[in-house]
Design a protein around this ligand. Structure first.
Ligand SMILES: [Mg+2]
Length: 119
């Protein structure tokens, strides 16, 4: 299969699945837009992390400014909060519940490691 054939097959697939990906409401469009934006911001943060670890091309490293990472963390958090608002998620409750779950898992794993084994 060459790329032209593949493109034709994907075009047919797109026509078959088009209705599954249709957005109807303004709210759905807002959520999708903010999800894509969050992905963009995470990508920018990844880019800065790669620069700090000196895993980028030389040309990118020369343009890199460490202060960017500071701003990118803020961008990720702000954009995630915007998405949460659009999706109707109570961030305080969600984060609190998740931290509790992590604590419980950590305590359980720690207990399992230190508990005497029954023979
Ligand atoms: Mg950014």
């Amino acid at each position: 299969m060459n790329l032209k054939n593949l493109q034709e097959k994907i075009k047919i697939l797109n026509e078959k699945t088009a209705t599954q990906y249709r957005l109807y409401s303004q709210k759905e469009k807002e959520i999708l837009t903010k999800t894509v934006k969050l992905n963009e911001e995470v990508g920018e943060l990844c880019n800065d992390i790669l620069s700090i670890l000196k895993l980028q091309r030389k040309a990118k490293l020369q343009k890199f400014d460490r202060r960017n990472m500071y701003e990118e963390f803020a961008d990720v958090i702000i954009t995630a909060m915007q998405l949460a608002i659009a999706a109707g998620v109570d961030v305080e409750r969600a984060v609190g519940d998740k931290l509790k779950k992590i604590d419980e898992r950590y305590l359980k794993e720690r207990y399992l490691k230190t508990a005497p084994k029954n023979k």
